[in-house]
Design a protein around this ligand. Structure first.
Ligand SMILES: *[C@@H]1O[C@H](CO)[C@@H](O)[C@H](O)[C@H]1NC(C)=O
Ligand SMILES: CC(=O)N[C@H]1CO[C@H](CO)[C@@H](O)[C@@H]1O
Length: 441
């Protein structure tokens, strides 16, 4: 009898698996927690204009938020961040490459204590002197790509200085000016983590033959335990006891990026990244791949690459959902961009990238043929056509306007199969629970 029951349930399982792609896609998903926490964002009177009143006073107590910027961004991108994402952070620390006061904020120079050997004979630091001269003379700085060269040198000094200033904090969140944070979800997630453990958390990047690292722009979370370990190792290397006077013995001239070197040093002390993509995310609402695996019922903790307009837009949209009991999921984020989807948009890239059909495989080589190729491929949600190339996508995302290319005489057109997206929503919405995914790695 038991054997029979087993066989019957096995048959049932096989039947379920083969008839709905939905359940098999669930099985391929990562394990997750389905916590039910109270929201941190309280209902408040949005009309009063004081959105910060919706954050409970204690919310930020144990979290140190650190914003890493470049002096050239002070006049351009900093104001947008300060009036949106970071506007309600009570004890924000800002690290730049020039020390100055902006409004009520003091901007620390992360490189102020870095010792000569690290700077001399290092062309990356030419811009550092230029910034100093221009900024001291009160001249506005032009946005130049040279400023970016200093970025990688700021990570370790900034972290040592932060540790010296705020050792009592349980969590340290390092973000940049194009990082968006859904605070409510961050608070919920952190409430289930142990800050005394050595945690190093972010959106993973997997370089070849190097440790997996947390991508800086998506936000890096270090626990008190981790920053403590890092700072104690650094203590011995300090010059004249100054925090930020060294680079943990790393020659950064040879390295690409500070976030990558952070993983290298942490891993040498036995601390390895825990990746929490897609909750910690390198895309923004218009470029997130919705649909396929893992970007629907998962909560959004961070987004990246937001322009000043994107920051204003996201912040006002999110603040209007105060009082919602549910964590903000990708499912809900999709509602924000959904009205902009149309059957077809010209001079628009949809970033379709799963299948590429080029001539001569594209019969007729036309937009119509490309649209048909998408219809014929049952898993295709959107397509993009330009001269000789047709790209199909298994996920749906909005993309952005792409100007007509006069040089190649190319016009890009994107299209979405709206019925299939509606069908997807019919099967997958509303999410019954938030999927707080387990880490990978
Ligand atoms: C695309 O852009 C080009 C150049 O600005 C313009 O001439 C053309 O009309 C645009 N196409 C559409 C359909 O708007
Ligand atoms: C016009 C354009 O930018 N198209 C892009 C669409 O997305 C694919 C994949 O990312 C790119 O290769 C194309 O260049």
């Amino acid at each position: 009898m038991r054997v029979l029951l087993g066989t019957v349930s096995l048959l049932f399982l096989l039947y379920t698996l083969s008839t709905t792609s939905f359940s098999s896609s669930i099985l391929s998903r990562r394990a997750y927690n389905s916590w039910t926490d109270n929201p941190y964002l309280l209902r408040n009177d949005h009309a009063s204009g004081d959105v910060c009143a919706a954050f409970p006073k204690h919310a930020f107590d144990s979290i140190q938020v650190v914003l890493k910027i470049g002096a050239a961004e002070v006049d351009s991108k900093l104001p947008a961040h300060l009036r949106t994402v970071s506007s309600c952070v009570p004890d924000l620390l800002i690290f730049s490459d020039f020390e100055e006061d902006i409004g009520r904020h003091h901007l620390y120079d992360a490189l102020a204590n870095l010792q000569q050997p690290y700077r001399s004979a290092n062309p990356d630091f030419d811009i550092y002197e230029k910034i100093r001269q221009q900024r001291s003379a009160g001249k506005p700085l032009s946005r130049s790509s040279d400023g970016w060269k200093l970025d990688k040198y700021k990570f370790f000094p900034m972290m040592e200085m932060v540790w010296d200033m705020r050792q009592h904090k349980k969590w340290f969140l390092f973000i940049e000016l194009d990082t968006y944070v859904v605070w409510d979800n961050l608070f919920r997630w952190l409430s289930h983590q142990d800050p005394s453990q050595a945690l190093y958390v972010g959106s993973p990047v997997w370089p070849k033959d190097k440790p997996v690292f947390a991508h800086g722009g998506s936000g890096i979370i270090l626990s008190q335990g981790t920053l403590h370990t890092l700072a104690s190792k650094g203590q011995k290397m300090r010059v004249d006891g100054l925090p930020g006077s060294h680079q943990f013995g790393q020659d950064l001239r040879e390295e690409c990026c500070g976030d990558e070197v952070l993983a290298k040093v942490l891993s040498s002390h036995g601390i390895f990244l825990k990746g929490y993509w897609p909750m910690i995310n390198g895309e923004k609402a218009t470029t997130v791949r919705f649909g396929k695996n893992e970007q629907w019922c998962e909560p959004v903790i961070t987004l990246h690459h937001l322009s000043e307009d994107d920051l204003d837009d996201m912040w006002h949209w999110e603040m209007k959902r105060h009082g919602s009991l549910k964590p903000l999921l990708f499912e809900e984020l999709f509602l924000h961009i959904e009205p902009s989807l149309a059957p077809q948009r010209t001079n628009w890239t949809n970033l379709s990238e799963d299948i590429r059909i080029t001539s001569p495989d594209l019969p007729g080589q036309s937009l119509e043929e490309c649209a048909r190729a998408c219809s014929d491929e049952t898993k295709c949600y959107q397509y993009q056509y330009r001269k000789d190339t047709c790209d199909l996508s298994y996920t749906f995302r909005l993309g952005y306007s792409q100007h007509f290319d006069y040089i190649s005489d190319q016009e890009v057109t994107s299209g979405w199969i709206l019925e299939r997206i509606a069908e997807f929503k019919k099967y997958n919405s509303p999410c019954r629970e938030a999927r707080w995914v387990h880490s990978n790695p």
